[in-house]
Design a protein around this ligand. Structure first.
Ligand code: ZN
Ligand code: ZN
Ligand code: FE
Length: 765
C-alpha cells in the first residue's frame, strides 16, 4: 500500500435513500479512482473511501456541491481512519442500526428520462405504466419499514426479471438499486373492470379507458397514494353525473391537464405557479381560471379559480396522452372521509359511483392525498401538505431535548413528531370526526413511528376537550407528560417554526374557530407570542354564534347576529335575503336567542364575520362545504385599496376589542342603496386588512415589537392576505406568513410540538 493512501469515513444524513444516492456515490468514487464502499443503514448513508487525500477531498466537494437532484443532505460527518487496503469500490448490503435518522423520500413524479423511455417506440419499457428509476417513482406510499429496500416495500412480491435485475445490480445504470424497478414482464400491471366487477379483456386497459372517458364515462383510477375519480372535465353531463354519485354537491374538483401548455390554456399562471406545477412534488395548484378554458362550470361551481395538476405517474402520462384533454381527477372518497386506497374498499364503496375501475396490483401502503398549494409573493403557499411533501421533515435551527408528538386539530388533521431539529409532519389525514379518519390517524402515526423509529416522550394537544385528537392525546398515549396548547398560539408558532424564526412577535390569528381559555370560541386574535407563551391583546368583539356549531354551515345565522345590535326587532322587516328566508314561525325562537344569548356561545371568529358578510350580501346563506361562504365572498370581490368602512377599537384594559359593527352598518346602507356586491365585498376585504393593521399598531405601542406573523384559516383568502401584508408593510412592520406548512388547521401540529418542547424545557423535564 502506498504511504500516501488515506482512508475516510463519511456519514451522510438527510434524504439520501431512494433518491439515487448510492449510484451517485459509486460513480463519483470510481471516476476519482477511489476504493472502498457505500451502504445504506437506518441512519442514512455510510461511505468509506481509500485513496489520495486530494481525491477524497474532491469527492467531498462533489458530494456537497452537486448531489443527486432529489437528495437533501442535512448533515455530513467525516472522520479519518487507518487504511485497510480496499481493492475496489462497491455497494454493500444495507445494515440496520438501532438509532435512526434515515429519511424516506416523498414520492417523486416521473422523471424526464423515464418519460422519454416510456414514449420511445421499441424501448424495453415502452408504454409501461410503472416505469421508474432512482430519480423518480413511488417511495413513501410503498414503504412499510426502513431501511428502504425492496423487501421492505409493497414491491416485495415482484421478483425482478433478468433484465431488471441486471440493471438493478449495474452501478452504471440509472436503475441501480432502484427499489421499485420493474418492467412489463416482472412488475405491476394495470387491469380494467366494469363497475360490476367484470374484467375487461384488453391488451391496452389504459387506452380502452381513455376512449371511454372521451365518450362521457367515469372511472375510479388507482394512483400513488389513493384512488381518483375521473371524467372528462369539458363534458358537463359527465361532471354532473360524477358529482351526484360522489355526494359532493358543490366542492370544487381538481383537474389534471395533459401538460404545462394545456395548463396555461386553463389558468393564468405565474412563474412561481409553473415551477410548482412542474416540480417533482406536483401538487394541485390553485390559480385564476381563464374565461375560455373549456372546462365545465360544474367542475368548480361559483369559483373563478381552478385547481390543476400535471401527470405525476407514468400511468397518468399514458392516460393523458390518450385523452389529450383535461380530466377531473378528484380524491376517491365520500365528502369528509379519508381517501380510499385499498382495492377492496374501492370495489365495495366507490365502484357503484363510476362506470370503470382502473386498478393495478402494486399495493399502496401509506394513503396520501394530493397536495394542494397556491403561490404568494413568488413562494409556494401550501394549503394541503401531503403527497410529494410527506414525510419530508422540516429542519429547525435548534434542537428539542425531547421527542414530542403533537396531535393537531380536529379538521384537516395532520400530526407532527418533533425530534432533535426535525419536525416530521404527517400527510393530510382529514376530519377526525369520522371513525375511518381516526383509524387513518392511528395507522399513519404507527407508520411514522416505524419508519423514523420515533417514540414520543411527551404529547401536545389542543385545549378543545372534544377534539378527537385531544382525546387521543389524553387517552391513548400512555404515561408521558401531556401539554395543552392554545389553538391560535399554535397557529402563530407554526409560522415561526417553519420560517426558522423565534419570538417574540406580534401574532394575528384570523381563523374559523379555536377553543379560548375563557371558554369562548376564539378566531380573530391579536397577541404577542413566543415559543413558550402568548398574551392576548386584542380580539374581534364577541358576537353570539347563533345556534352554536350550526352557524358555521348556515351563514345567515351570523348575519342576523351582527345585524341585531343595529336593528333590534326591526330586523324582521329588513329587505335582505338572509332575513326573508326565515319563516314567520321561526322568528320567535331566533329573536329569543338573539335577545338572551341562549344556545349562542360568544365568538370572536373572523371566519364567522366573513360568513356574516357573505350572507348579508346575499352571496351564500347556507354552506355545503367548509368555508364556502367566505370563499364565494372573496371570489365576488374586486380589489379595492382606497376605501374602507369604519370600525372601532374599544376597551380600557387589554384585551381590547375590535368592533366591526360600524362596518356592518355602512354595508347595510350600501346594500339598501343597491351598490354592487363586488364593490361592497372589495371594500369589506380592505376594511378587515386595515383592522388587522390597526390592531397590530396597538400591540406595537404596548410591546415595542414590529414583526407580525399572520396565520389561521382565514388567510387562505388571498385577497385579504395580500391587502393585510401590504398595509402592514406600509406601516413599517416586517410580516411573516406560511409557505411550506398550511395556514389552516393542517399546520397547527407543528406549532403545538414546538410549544410543547419549549414548555417541557421550562418545566424541567
Ligand atoms: Zn425516472
Ligand atoms: Zn423486469
Ligand atoms: Fe385554526
Amino acid at each position: 500500500m502506498s504511504p500516501d493512501v488515506r482512508r475516510a469515513r463519511f456519514r451522510v444524513e438527510g434524504i439520501v435513500q431512494g433518491v439515487g444516492f448510492r449510484p451517485f456515490v459509486y460513480g463519483a468514487a470510481r471516476r476519482l479512482g477511489l476504493k472502498g464502499y457505500v451502504l445504506n443503514d437506518s441512519r442514512g448513508v455510510e461511505i468509506v473511501l481509500e485513496g489520495s487525500e486530494d481525491e477524497i477531498l474532491n469527492f467531498e466537494k462533489t458530494l456537497t456541491g452537486s448531489p443527486p437532484p432529489r437528495a437533501r443532505i442535512l448533515k455530513i460527518q467525516k472522520s479519518w481512519e487507518e487504511p485497510e487496503g480496499e481493492k475496489e469500490f462497491s455497494i454493500r448490503e444495507s445494515r440496520s442500526l438501532d438509532t435512526t435518522q434515515a429519511l424516506i423520500s416523498p414520492d417523486i413524479a416521473t422523471c424526464p428520462d423515464c418519460l422519454r423511455e416510456m414514449l420511445t417506440p421499441g424501448d424495453y419499457r415502452e408504454g409501461y405504466p410503472f416505469i421508474n428509476c432512482t430519480n423518480c417513482g413511488p417511495r413513501f406510499t410503498i414503504t412499510l419499514r426502513i431501511p428502504y429496500d425492496r423487501k421492505n416495500t409493497t414491491m416485495a412480491p415482484f421478483e425482478m426479471c433478468p433484465v431488471c435485475k441486471a440493471q438493478y445490480y449495474d452501478p452504471e445504470d440509472r436503475r441501480f438499486h432502484a427499489q421499485p424497478n420493474a418492467c412489463r414482464r416482472c412488475g405491476p400491471l394495470p387491469s380494467l373492470y366494469k363497475s360490476d366487477g367484470t374484467k375487461i379483456e384488453t391488451g391496452d386497459p389504459i387506452g380502452f379507458l381513455g376512449k371511454e372517458l372521451l365518450a362521457g364515462k367515469s372511472a375510479l383510477i388507482k394512483g400513488l397514494g389513493g384512488f381518483h375519480l375521473a371524467c372528462d372535465s369539458t363534458d358537463t353531463d359527465a361532471v354532473i353525473r360524477l358529482r351526484s354519485r360522489k355526494r359532493r354537491e358543490e366542492k370544487p374538483f381538481a383537474i389534471m391537464a395533459p401538460d404545462l401548455e394545456r395548463a396555461e390554456s386553463l389558468c393564468d399562471l405565474t412563474d412561481a405557479d409553473r415551477d410548482l406545477l412542474t416540480s417533482f412534488i406536483r401538487p394541485v395548484v390553485i390559480a385564476p381560471m381563464k374565461k375560455d378554458s373549456g372546462v365545465s362550470k360544474e367542475v368548480a361551481p361559483g369559483q373563478n379559480t381552478l385547481g390543476i395538476m400535471l401527470p405525476y405517474t407514468p400511468l397518468h402520462h399514458l392516460l393523458m396522452k390518450k385523452v389529450n384533454r383535461p380530466l377531473v381527477m378528484t380524491s376517491g372518497n365520500f365528502s369528509d372521509e379519508p381517501i380510499i386506497y385499498r382495492d377492496d374498499e374501492a370495489r365495495e364503496q366507490l365502484a357503484p359511483a363510476v362506470d370503470y375501475l382502473l386498478l393495478h396490483n402494486r399495493e399502496i401502503y401509506a394513503r396520501c392525498d394530493d397536495s394542494v398549494a397556491r403561490t404568494f409573493s413568488d413562494r409556494p403557499y401550501v394549503i394541503r401538505r401531503s403527497r410529494g411533501y410527506a414525510p419530508d421533515p422540516l429542519v429547525l435551527p435548534w434542537k428539542s431535548q425531547k421527542t414530542v408528538l403533537a396531535c393537531g386539530g380536529e379538521l384537516k388533521n395532520a400530526f407532527c413528531i418533533l425530534k432533535d431539529d426535525r419536525a416530521y409532519i404527517s400527510q393530510h389525514i382529514g376530519d377526525l370526526k369520522n371513525p375511518e379518519t381516526m383509524d387513518a390517524f392511528r395507522h399513519s402515526l404507527n407508520h411514522f413511528k416505524e419508519i423514523f423509529r420515533l417514540s414520543p416522550e411527551a404529547v401536545a394537544y389542543d385545549l378543545h376537550p372534544d377534539y378527537r385528537s385531544t382525546r387521543f392525546a389524553l387517552e391513548e398515549t400512555g404515561d408521558i407528560p401531556k401539554i395543552g396548547v392554545q389553538h391560535h398560539h399554535a397557529h402563530i408558532v407554526s409560522v415561526l417554526a417553519e420560517r426558522g424564526e423565534e419570538g417574540p412577535v406580534i401574532g394575528v390569528s384570523a381563523d374559523g374557530t379555536g377553543y379560548g381559555e375563557d371558554g369562548a370560541i376564539w378566531g380573530g386574535e391579536w397577541m404577542t407570542a413566543d415559543f413558550k407563551s402568548y398574551k392576548r391583546l386584542l380580539h374581534l368583539k364577541y358576537t353570539p354564534l347563533l345556534g352554536g356549531d350550526r352557524a358555521a354551515w348556515e351563514p345567515w345565522r351570523m348575519a342576523l347576529a351582527y345585524l341585531y345590535p343595529l336593528s333590534g326587532e326591526l330586523l324582521v322587516d329588513l329587505p335582505l335575503g338572509c332575513v326573508s328566508k326565515i319563516t314567520s314561525d321561526n322568528w320567535p325562537v331566533l329573536l329569543k336567542m338573539l335577545k338572551t344569548g341562549v344556545s349562542s356561545p360568544p365568538t370572536s371568529s373572523m371566519g364567522r364575520l366573513f360568513d356574516a358578510v357573505s350572507a348579508l350580501l346575499g352571496i351564500r346563506l347556507e354552506s355545503h362545504y367548509e368555508a364556502q361562504a367566505a370563499m364565494e365572498l372573496e371570489q365576488a370581490a374586486e380589489k379595492i385599496t382606497d376605501r374602507s368602512y369604519p370600525f372601532k377599537i374599544t376597551g380600557d384594559a387589554f384585551p381590547l376589542q375590535v368592533d366591526p359593527t360600524p362596518a356592518i352598518e355602512a354595508m347595510l346602507w350600501e346594500i339598501l342603496k343597491k351598490k354592487p356586491v363586488s364593490e361592497i365585498s372589495g371594500v369589506f376585504h380592505n376594511t378587515v386588512a386595515l383592522m388587522i393593521k390597526e390592531g397590530c399598531a396597538r400591540v406595537r405601542e404596548e410591546s415595542g415589537l414590529d414583526r407580525v406573523v399572520l396565520s389561521g384559516g382565514v388567510f387562505q383568502n388571498m385577497l385579504l392576505l395580500g391587502l393585510a401584508v401590504r398595509h402592514l408593510e406600509d406601516e413599517g412592520f416586517k410580516v411573516l406568513v406560511h409557505s411550506q406548512v398550511p395556514t389552516n388547521d393542517g399546520g397547527i401540529s407543528l406549532g403545538q410540538a414546538v410549544i410543547g418542547a419549549e414548555k417541557l424545557k421550562h418545566a424541567g423535564f
